[in-house]
Design a binder for this molecule. Structure first.
Ligand code: ZN
Length: 175
C-alpha cells in the first residue's frame, strides 16, 4: 500500500495517488442491514441490571478518586482502579441536559415524542442516560416550561421487569 497513498495536508486526509473514479453516473439501490446480536454483560452489569429488577439503581465507587459512577463500572476510567464498592443512588436526580425527540427515524425504540436526558442521580458523579416522561410532550413550548437543566426528576419503574435498562420506564419531574 505504501507509495500509493499520500497525505493531502490541506485537506487533512489521505488520497490514493493515480486513481480517479471513472466519469460515469452509477445507479444505486437501497439496502438496509439489520444486525441483531447479544453481548455479554459480565458480572458488573449483571449485578447492575439485577438491581433494577429490585428497583435499586446501583453504582460503584472508586477507592482512589471517590467518584460514584452509574451504571456501575468494573473499573474507574480515570484511575484504572477496580471499583468494588457498590452504592445505591437516586431514586431522584437532577437533569444535566435533555433533548426532545419529535421526529421518526428508522430503528427508534420508542414512539416520538419523547425526551432523552442525562440525569445526575443523587449520590452519583456522572449522568445516566434515560427518558423523561409522564406528561404531555406534544407541545415543545410547554415542554420547555416544564423541563430545564437542573430540574429535579424521580424514577418511574416499569411494572414488568426484565433486568434491563427499561426496568426504569422513565424519570418524571418531581411535583
Ligand atoms: Zn477513580
Amino acid at each position: 500500500m505504501s507509495g500509493k497513498y499520500k497525505l493531502i495536508k490541506e485537506k487533512y486526509r489521505f488520497e490514493i495517488e493515480d486513481f480517479k473514479f471513472p466519469e460515469k453516473e452509477y445507479k444505486t439501490g437501497r439496502h438496509d442491514t439489520v444486525l441483531p446480536y447479544h453481548w455479554a454483560l459480565g458480572k458488573t452489569w449483571t449485578r447492575f441490571f439485577d438491581g433494577l429488577r429490585e428497583e435499586k439503581i446501583l453504582g460503584t465507587r472508586c477507592k482512589n478518586c471517590n467518584k460514584v459512577l452509574v451504571p456501575a463500572r468494573t473499573f474507574c476510567p480515570r484511575c484504572y482502579e477496580d471499583m468494588e464498592e457498590w452504592v445505591e443512588v437516586g431514586p431522584e436526580g437532577t437533569v444535566d441536559t435533555w433533548c426532545l425527540v419529535d421526529y421518526k427515524y428508522y430503528g427508534q425504540i420508542k414512539e416520538p415524542p419523547y425526551i432523552i436526558a442525562q440525569i445526575r442521580l443523587d449520590g452519583a458523579d456522572c449522568g445516566l442516560t434515560h427518558f423523561i416522561g409522564g406528561f404531555d410532550l406534544s407541545d415543545p413550548d410547554k415542554v420547555r416550561g416544564k423541563i430545564k437543566t437542573g430540574t429535579r426528576v424521580n424514577v418511574v419503574w416499569s411494572k414488568e421487569k426484565h433486568a434491563d435498562i427499561y426496568d426504569i420506564a422513565y424519570f418524571e419531574p418531581v411535583k
